[in-house]
Design a protein around this ligand. Structure first.
Ligand code: AMP
Ligand code: MN
Ligand code: MN
Ligand code: MN
Length: 281
């Protein structure tokens, strides 16, 4: 794979199999149009879109990396772990993901009940109407319904005023365990990577403790260049990748043309001295 321009890797994005707005096939088509050579589809807690994406990747001539974005809870903080290259024994992952997906259904009902008590009716059915996969419900689907209701002009604004800690519609949730998630990604032949580590607002000491625990659990990489990081955070997490000896990943976290400020394959390159997560692919 040495001939692939490092700008052509996009290893984090979503489809209608979780909370993206494009089907897996449409994600692949858009990636190909944007010049992506190697794409990972990483839907939240779900692998159901991978087969369609792999098939489309063959048609559009791009290399496909089967992935997932697992939700975990670490010390009370929700953290996302991307699994890349889970192309062997995906069955070892599915039981854990299935549990997380059912817990999402219970959380969605609680979110809807809370919104109902605030005078916003119908948000459970409303959210499911936006769910391309009825087995995977998330806050983004609720947010789209709230936009439809005119509660906020767009999804980003919803997430400033609703559904987050301290705001209406927030329901604390217990996700999977860090060690379990990393172990099942590894058992499926994948490489575990911390998604957008700059987004968790962890105090510095806690962030370092987390990265240490992640590494001891078998985690191998962190996202350095992601649509969720500022350029200053590229530098910060490049430094942490060097210090902890993590492989570096790069991914847009694309959810859809109108919801993501970074399109598929449109990120800067990784700093040249970092070892990319794809170094031995
Ligand atoms: P969930 O996993 O159901 O708690 O939802 C997390 C998802 O909500 C993220 O992957 C995004 O798709 C969406 N989300 C969270 N915060 C924001 C935000 N500030 N702006 C836009 N989307 C967001
Ligand atoms: Mn999402
Ligand atoms: Mn995420
Ligand atoms: Mn994501």
């Amino acid at each position: 794979m040495a001939a692939i321009d490092p700008c052509n890797y996009d290893l984090h994005c979503h489809s209608t199999s979780s909370d993206g707005v494009l089907t897996p096939e449409a994600v692949i088509r858009r990636a190909a149009t944007n010049g992506v050579a190697v794409l990972a589809l990483t839907d939240h807690d779900e692998v159901a879109g991978l087969a369609e994406a792999a098939q489309a990747a063959r048609e559009y001539g791009i290399r496909f990396v089967p992935g997932v974005e697992a939700s975990i809870t670490w010390g009370g903080t929700t953290i996302h772990i991307v699994g890349l290259g889970i192309d062997r024994g995906i069955a070892t992952l599915t039981a854990g993901l299935e549990q997380v997906r059912s817990s999402r259904e219970r959380r969605a009902a609680k979110i809807a009940a809370q919104l109902e008590s605030l005078g916003i009716a119908g948000s459970l059915a409303g959210a499911y109407a936006y769910a391309g996969n009825p087995r995977l419900i998330g806050r983004a689907h609720v947010a789209r319904f709230l936009v439809e209701r005119g509660v906020a002009p767009d999804v980003a604004t919803v997430f400033r005023h609703y559904l987050v800690r301290g705001k209406p519609g927030y329901v604390p949730h217990q996700w999977a365990d860090l060690a379990d998630a990393v172990a099942s990604i590894r058992a499926s032949g994948g490489r575990a990577v911390v998604a957008h580590p700059g987004r968790y607002k962890l105090p510095r000491a806690d962030l370092r403790q987390f990265l240490g625990e992640f590494k001891r659990a078998g985690g191998e990489g962190i996202e350095v260049v992601t649509g969720s990081h500022s350029p200053g955070q590229y530098t910060e997490f490049a430094r942490l990748a060097r210090e902890f000896g993590f492989l570096a990943s790069r991914g847009s976290d694309f959810h859809g043309p109108d919801e993501s400020h970074i399109d598929l394959g449109r990120l800067p390159s990784l700093p040249a001295d970092l070892k990319p997560v794809w170094h031995d692919w």
